[in-house]
Design a protein around this ligand. Structure first.
Ligand code: SF4
Length: 379
């Protein structure tokens, strides 16, 4: 995706309708996920008005409901939010709503609502039950796979499009075939992979040990091989992203997470952060809680100026510059995720992380290899 038409434009507005989550995944990085408080209508109205009536929206904006389990809130909350956003949006703005859900609460009524409003749905599903239930459990320790699969069946019956996000733990990497077969068997067509990262309040990544690179390389090689053998069966986000990046490089300024305001994340009480969404809720001696302003009391212009002049922005820019100078993968990566650099190094002025080694460098190498095999160039 190219940078926006105006460099200040907000592309992604992450709204935390509630921080509460109804389950307790072992790798979750969200603090406060037992807090049941929700965004009030007044906060919703104020935040949407300040963003949508500002000069910081260009031609497209995605509103993502995340940072907690969005479906624990009633549909009436989203109905009000969607109507309000539509009424405040400037003419011609392409406004998209995304929900990232754990899928447990999907029922017939939610399917109708998601379809009616064209909401793009991301579903967290870590593959077959033996992989999924090892990490995605309720607070009483029960696996959630069966309930998520009921949600999958309902979405499919009601023709609600969705994509699946699978978190790969180190244990998953021996099971590329099982994952591929699972998606195909259950009609999952769009897949994205993450790894359990060292991030936020999450425990240390399961990929921290030696051999992680080789294991991930083996996984992606096999998964891409299976995809080659079944053309069109699955669309893999990482391949969709990496293929044009390898062919053409990324445009300067591509890295959403490293540019002020390209991503704006707002807590349920109207305080906002920018850069990597997972910084919201993180505490640090140097940067406090990473909150850059309070939309209930301040306008976006004031917060923008503060953000540009912040030590945080300067350190993130220094980290991107260091990546540009030192890393051969920079043109495919754009300098990495600041939140991840912080979690791993306690500094933004850093370059390589375990995450980028695995999910950028190794991944790009694997997609490149796959392209060479597909083109008959592998020797
Ligand atoms: S791959 Fe890592 S070191 Fe290279 S540019 Fe990206 S974040 Fe920086």
């Amino acid at each position: 995706m190219p940078p926006p038409a105006i460099p200040e434009a907000i592309e992604l507005l992450v709204l935390q309708g509630t921080g509460f989550c109804n389950i307790d995944c072992s790798y979750c990085y969200l603090p406060g996920r037992t807090d049941p408080r929700r965004m009030s209508d007044e906060t919703l109205r104020t935040v949407l008005a300040k963003v949508l009536r500002s000069r910081f929206v260009a031609d497209a904006l995605t509103i993502c409901w995340h940072a907690g389990e969005p479906l624990v809130l009633p549909r009436s909350f989203y109905a009000r939010a969607i109507a309000l956003a539509a009424s405040l949006a400037p003419p011609g703005l392409r406004l998209t709503h995304n929900i990232q859900t754990n899928g447990l609460l999907i029922d017939e009524a939610w399917c109708g609502f998601l379809r009616e409003h064209g909401i793009r749905l991301g579903l967290s599903l870590d593959g077959p039950a033996f992989l999924h239930d090892a990490a995605r459990r309720t607070r009483s320790g029960e696996g959630t796979h069966a309930r998520v699969m009921r949600g999958v069946a309902l979405l499919q019956r009601h023709r609600v499009p969705f994509h699946v996000i699978t978190v790969l733990r180190s244990e998953s990497l021996d099971h590329a075939d099982a994952l591929f077969d699972f998606y195909v068997e259950h009609g999952v067509r769009e897949v994205a992979f993450n790894i359990d990262e060292t991030d936020g309040v999450a425990p240390v990544s399961s990929h921290a040990g030696p051999g992680a690179g080789a294991a991930l390389r083996g996984f992606f090689r096999r998964f891409l091989e299976r995809m080659r053998g079944a053309p069109g069966a699955i669309s893999l986000r990482e391949q969709v992203w990496a293929t044009p990046a390898i062919a053409n490089g990324l445009p300067e300024g591509y890295n959403q997470e490293a540019e002020p305001f390209r991503i704006v994340s707002v807590t349920r009480d109207g305080r906002m952060a920018s850069f990597s969404p997972e910084l919201l809720g993180t505490q640090s001696a140097a940067h406090g809680d990473f909150i850059l302003g309070d939309l209930m009391r301040e306008d976006l212009e004031t917060i923008r100026v503060r953000t540009e002049r912040s030590r945080l922005a300067a350190e993130i820019a220094a980290g991107v510059a260091a990546c540009r100078d030192r890393c051969a993968y920079f043109r495919f990566c754009g300098g990495g995720a600041p939140g991840n650099k912080w979690a791993e190094h306690g500094s933004f002025d850093a370059t390589e992380t375990a995450y980028c080694r695995l999910m950028r460098k190794t991944l790009i190498d694997c997609v490149l290899e796959d392209m060479e095999v597909s083109l008959g160039l592998a020797g």
